[in-house]
Ligand binder design. Structure first.
Ligand SMILES: [Zn+2]
Length: 312
């Protein structure tokens, strides 16, 4: 009964506002290991069930192609997963197969060499060190309780994120030296897993090489980050990489028009931000496509918020 009620509500929204619009969902890490801030696996599976029940899931490539022709079905929604952590393969991929869904995975390619991205190195040090306090950037943090460690981690990530790559590495070195933790566990996709995702019909996209804030880097470093990741991924899957997702992804804060031009010149067909919204027109917005990050834990909230995303 409740399902029929939600379905009628969503269909009426889509009928009024959903014409030729592509909603693109953003996910990151899923599952209990690694990132303390990862989405719960059961909730992620629930999201997939709700997406199938009320909307029309479609691959990003197909969604963009149909939208460009003006024939995208109402309620079309594409799934994207950023960064390239191994739960993309171990948890997300099996669930996508179970529900016959497709997603596009945006990968920061330094993870293939290191086995992690910079944020997980910081997380591993702070959450696992035997130290009961740590100094970071002239501030002392107590690490006696789990709650204090989470607070310290949140603070450190926020401070490091908006530094240049060079400054970021120097700040992380402060933590490595104090904790004497030089090793971070492998938790990234392997090249073989990436090939398997691609051969199974999943999309593979670029997310730069080292996941910097492009706006903080000079032009040559930013361009190199964009081009290098594309070349590495094309070498791995032996196929063109057509789509790009800006790290952190907020226009004006993390990237600007200069980076949009770089992405165009590097041969990508479209690029995705993390600004909230929906794709209505690829001619004007094709290189700063807005996305939507769903976190709701109840069916009604999740579906209503998604339906409301079409009303713009
Ligand atoms: Zn990212």
């Amino acid at each position: 009964m409740i399902t029929l009620f939600i379905k009628a509500l969503v269909d009426s929204f889509l009928w009024c506002f959903g014409k030729n619009k592509l909603s693109i969902l953003t996910y990151h890490r899923v599952g209990g290991t690694g990132d303390a801030l990862a989405m719960d696996e059961i909730l992620f599976e629930q999201h997939l069930i709700w997406i199938k029940r009320y909307l029309r899931p479609i691959s990003l490539a197909e969604g963009l192609a149909l939208q460009a022709k003006g024939i995208l079905p109402r309620g079309s929604v594409s799934i994207t997963v950023d960064d390239g952590y191994v739960d993309s393969y171990n948890i997300i991929f099996p669930l996508l197969k179970k529900y016959e869904l497709k997603a596009t995975f945006f990968i920061s390619t330094i993870g293939f060499e290191n086995g992690y991205l910079w944020d997980e190195k910081v997380a591993f040090i702070i959450m696992k060190t035997k130290l009961t306090e740590i100094n970071f950037n002239n501030q002392k943090y107590s690490l006696l309780t789990h709650k204090e460690r989470i607070a310290c981690l949140t603070d450190c990530l926020a401070k490091i994120k908006y530094e240049t790559i060079t400054e970021r590495d120097a700040l992380i070195d402060q933590l490595v030296i104090q904790s004497q933790q030089t090793e971070t566990p492998q938790q990234f996709l392997t090249k073989e897993q990436t090939v398997h995702l691609h051969k199974s019909g999943m999309g593979i996209g670029s997310h730069t090489h080292t996941h910097p804030i492009l706006l903080k880097e000079n032009a040559s470093i930013a361009l190199d980050e964009i081009k290098q990741s594309k070349a590495i991924l094309e070498g791995i899957i032996n196929s063109p990489i057509k789509y790009f997702a800006y790290p952190n992804g907020k226009f004006g804060l993390d990237f600007d028009v200069t980076h949009i031009e770089m992405v165009k010149k590097s041969g990508f067909l479209a690029a995705l931000s993390t600004d909230k919204g929906i794709l209505k027109d690829q001619k004007t917005d094709g290189f700063q496509i807005k996305r939507f990050t769903p976190w709701d834990e109840t069916e009604l909230k999740f579906v209503l918020r998604l339906a409301l995303n079409y009303c713009q």
